[in-house]
Design a protein. Sequence first.
Length: 79
Amino acid sequence: MYTEVTKTTDPKDVTKRLDQGTYVQGLYIEGARWNMDKDCLDVQKPKELVDLMPLIEVIPIEANKLKLRGTIKTPVYVT
């Protein structure tokens, strides 16, 4: 699976379906925040422990076609 963070925060703004994959909403990030201007992780703001992520595209792809250069593998925890 390949994921890409979108600039969309409201699911109502999605006007068409993805050809492959789906959107995920409701994920929070702890210990950092997503910088919408720079499209990257950033230092969390003071007194904000968790931050809601924008919609994330989850795209299925064959492992041999997946290019991970310039990316970071991170876990997703469910509580």
